[in-house]
Design a protein around this ligand. Structure first.
Ligand code: ZN
Ligand code: FE
Length: 258
């Protein structure tokens, strides 16, 4: 069994359980619902030692209070968002140390989906909530296109071997859109076939890796000619900056019905 377990919640959320040096202890990322988490902890005989929260949306926070009633543990979350259950507010430059697991995560501020959204990065693992998805990115609910473009740039600059643990199983639909943007992209075509196969067996398509995302994710491919051309055609005007290209692709996807 890998060091990170997934718990399914709601329609398509993943709640990640991070294991470290101790086989029976985990940190929980974004528990939107306590019920499937408690079931998984009991089934696998695991004790949680901390909760890491990326942003304030209910599908990432709804289970925190119940879990903390059962297990006393620190709850890390963004300093720029008001999440009542958070006990340790963290910001860019902070490190979340989990000595029971022998792990530590750097906090990266990634505003865009929400104003205070953060990601956790360490040991070649990235927990990015609703900021970066496989072949896609989060919607702009509170932040601006410039902020999200900048946030994705920070994540894209992490080492290529980084494993990307997104909070939703959106990969198949995202790839359909990616193929609309770049119909000739052989990597997207191949990964689309692979993801169709995985989803037909109800297998998660995550974690992804940054090296794969650089090949298939239109939001990390804004400097590619094909992506710029498609964005410009969709916008019906010249796009000057990378942020303009990002905003055009994001807007396109907001209205896309694949
Ligand atoms: Zn969200
Ligand atoms: Fe979400």
């Amino acid at each position: 069994m890998g060091p990170v377990l997934h718990v399914r919640a709601f329609e398509d959320n993943y709640i990640w359980l991070i294991r470290g040096k101790s086989p029976d202890k985990v940190a929980i990322v974004d528990p939107g619902d306590e019920v499937p988490v408690i079931a998984a902890l009991e089934r696998e005989d695991l004790a949680p030692v901390a909760i890491l929260c990326t942003h304030h949306h209910w599908d990432h926070t709804g289970g925190i209070a119940e879990l903390c009633e059962r297990w006393k543990m620190p709850v890390y979350g963004p300093a720029a968002e008001n999440i009542p259950a958070v006990t340790h507010q963290v910001r860019e430059g902070d490190e979340v140390e989990l000595p029971e697991l022998g792990l530590a995560f750097a906090v990266i501020e990634v505003p865009g989906h929400t104003r205070g959204h953060i990601a956790y990065y360490g040991q070649d693992m990235l927990f990015c909530g609703d900021t970066l998805f496989s072949a896609g990115c989060g919607r702009l609910f509170e932040g601006t296109a410039a902020q999200m473009h900048d946030s994705l740039g920070k994540l894209a600059a992490l080492p290529p071997e980084t494993r990307v643990y997104c909070a939703h199983e959106y990969t198949l639909a995202n790839l359909r859109f990616a193929l609309t943007v770049e119909p000739e992209n052989k990597d997207i075509q191949a990964h689309y076939r692979e993801v169709q196969r995985l989803r037909a067996q109800d297998t998660p398509t995550l974690p992804s890796t940054l090296v794969l995302e650089h090949r298939i994710n239109p939001f990390l491919r804004l400097d590619q000619q094909a992506v710029r051309r498609a964005a410009k055609q969709q916008a019906g005007k010249a796009l000057d900056s990378g942020t303009d290209v990002f905003a055009a692709i994001r807007r396109w996807k907001d209205h896309y019905r694949g």
